[in-house]
Design a protein around this ligand. Sequence first.
Ligand code: SF4
Ligand code: SF4
Length: 133
Amino acid sequence: MIATAALILDPEKCVRCEICTRLCGTGALKGESDGAALILRFLPELCPRECRTCIDKCPVWALSRGPGQQKKEWHLKYPQCRICGRPSLPYLPLAGGTGTPGPAEALCPTCRRELGAQKLEEAAPGTPQPAGK
Ligand code: SF4
Ligand code: SF4
């Protein structure tokens, strides 16, 4: 049996880049999609204690090892952008709102900006785009 150690993901830091799932050579970290959400799944029995590939390559230091053995798998679900399919940021309930995402909230920041620029061009052709476009 492979000696495993707890792998901890900090969802506050994770930017859903999927580098970890692409680099994991054992299948311990996998990215799946159910059509509406990206699911990041961790299977501890496939993760040898000595491996640190995903921990060292995560660009925002969202992964770390915890103490002791880890026996249970975990998964995190991130909503996917309804245009490009990339993982979007978690839905943030608007003040006084229901917490149910509206159409604009189901977009990643890039598609939200591009859609905004397209709407501005339709409403007022020739208007200079905001800086950064
Ligand atoms: S590499 Fe880091 S930031 Fe990217 S998906 Fe994995 S945990 Fe998140
Ligand atoms: S530590 Fe290695 S085996 Fe474990 S999830 Fe990360 S890349 Fe995969």
